[in-house]
Every structure is written in structure tokens, then in C-alpha cells.
Design a protein around this ligand. Sequence first.
Ligand SMILES: C[S@@+](CC[C@H](N)C(=O)[O-])C[C@H]1O[C@@H](n2cnc3c(N)ncnc32)[C@H](O)[C@@H]1O
Length: 335
Amino acid sequence: MGGAVSAGEDNDELIDHLKEAQYIRSELVEAAFRAIDRADYYLEEFKENAYKDLAWKHGNIHLSAPCIYSEVMEALDLQPGLSFLNLGSGTGYLSSMVGLILGPFGVNHGVELHSDVTEYAKQKLDFFIRTSDSFDKFDFCEPSFVTGNCLEISPGCSQYDRVYCGAGVQKQHEGYMKSLLKVGGVLVMPLEEKPCQSESGKSRLVQLPPPAVRSLQDLARIAIRGTIKKVIHQEAVNKHGNGLQTAPSFNRRRARRRRRMETIVCLDKEVFASRISSPSDDTSCGDLEDEWQDEEVTSPPDPKPEPPVNFLREKVLSLPLPDPLKCYLLYYREK
Ligand SMILES: C[S@@+](CC[C@H](N)C(=O)[O-])C[C@H]1O[C@@H](n2cnc3c(N)ncnc32)[C@H](O)[C@@H]1O
């Protein structure tokens, strides 16, 4: 599926096109899409197709088209602190984008049928955490992936605020999918598409990770990083004032196509609504600017652009603190 959105040269161009075509409509979703390079979830030899609005399948690895992920991210109506369950979590691309919005006090779980794909997702997640500047720009809710059949989740597992099923769901499983939701939760799924696969003869109830309780040390790290980010923001405001230039905006074409994607809001255990937001519900705002981007747009055009500065990292390294504490605050990241 996909293909209505023009191909981009890089991740930002792909996101520009998704915005232009109204697939991406909110600042939060846009920021999450820009923060994670879709090509990082491809195998090296297929990366040239990563910025096209096309699904990609190789062996058991399967990524949906970017326009689908945009619709899904918008329909999930994500907010910090929510719990999210991804059924058919695949490469972990979607789960990582969601994790950027959920923040440090959310819950982010994924279930994937194929163990080689779960392993692939764990490697990609590790790469993202070790190398991406986005990890420092956002407060990340790290996803946990388990291998198993999403149709066999143990009835004792807790319910979630947001559930997405990336594998097709047959009508007979609709009730089961809803049972995974908390009251007031949102379920997004492609109803009556090609069904979820199940591996015959391997029936085993899937246990999801228990809700994690953060240590005091971890909470202190989150709070200190938050304070440093506020200081950086204040310094940027003092330096540039409020009249920061924004990135170019794009003419929006009304070019959305209807998809058979169901959004279900569970209200008091009854299905309350079932729809994808209308293209006319245009909640899109100006471009999301942060300190990292501010620095780039206010600089004069440079034929060789400098790599973006990770201000949080620089600030932590400049503090009069013992090295082990600096490393702890930076999650022992290489970059
Ligand atoms: C379209 S892909 C979704 C990819 C994912 N959203 C990502 O970000 O990479 C669907 C995924 O669902 C998985 N799947 C299919 N049937 C499943 C089942 N019964 N239980 C768990 N996962 C399943 C497939 O292996 C595949 O990885």
C-alpha cells in the first residue's frame, strides 16, 4: 500500500510530503516522525527505498507504508504517560516513534510473532538509543518487545490506554482486541484485512512485561535532565529572543485517501466511536522548533552544513561533576 506521497530524498523530505498530503497533522506526530530516520529500520541494501511511501517486506521483516504509520499515529491520539501495546510490533519503528511521545512515565510494549524480527527490533532499538541525538531531545519511553502470538495474550495481563494491531484483524477477533483496552482507551486496527498469522501447533499464552517501577536514581536522572533542558531553552530564548525564524511551510494538497483502518474508543466497555479523523479536522500548527533546530535555521546558509549540536550532551559534559555521574546522566551513550 502507499505511493500517493512523493518520494523524499531524506527523512525530512518524506515527512514534508506526508504533512503536505495531510497524513501528518499534529506537531507531536510530526516531531516523532522527524526524530527517527525510517532508513535506520531497513537492511543496508534496501535503504534507497526508505523515503518512498511504500511498504517493505523482506523475509519476516515487514514495514508498513509511511502514510499508514502517519494515520495510525494521528488516530492513536498519544499523550505523555499513557500505556501502549503494539500487536505485531515488527521492526520496532512505530513503537520507537510512540515512545518519544509517551515520555519517561509511559508504558510501551510490543508483541511480535517471529523471534528473528523481535531480535531485529531489539538491535534497531539499541542502535537508536546508542547513536541518535533524538534520544536526548525527547524523554524516551523505551519499548519492550516479546515474541508470541498477539491472539494469545494471557488474560491476566494488564490493559492499555492505546492498542494498535499492525497485523490484519478478522471480525471474530474484534472483541478480543477490545478486551486489551482500558475504559476510555483507543484501539486502532485494520479490520478484516489479511488475518494475523498464527504458528500452528505452537500455542503458548503470551506474558507481557509487568508494569515497571522506576528507581529513585532513575527518577532523579529524568528530573535533572529535564532541568538542564529548561536551562538550555531559557539560554536559547535569551540569545535569540522569541522572533525565531521557522522552517518553510508547505502548501497543503487535499490528497488523502480513505483506508480501512478502524479507530475504536472504548467508553465504559462500550464501543463509542469508530472512525479515522477527518482531513478537515486540521489541527496542524506551525513547525515545531526546538533549540537544536533554532540553531540551524538562524545560521546563514552554508554549503557544508555542520552536524546538529546536541546541546544537552554539551551542557552535561561542561558541568563540574564527576565523570561517572556525567556518564550516568547521558545514559552511557556514545554520542
Ligand atoms: C505490517 S507489519 C507491522 C510492522 C511494525 N508496525 C513496524 O513498525 O515495523 C505486521 C507485523 O505483525 C506481525 N504479526 C502477524 N501476525 C501476528 C500475530 N498473530 N502475532 C504477533 N505478530 C504478528 C508480523 O510478523 C509483522 O511483523
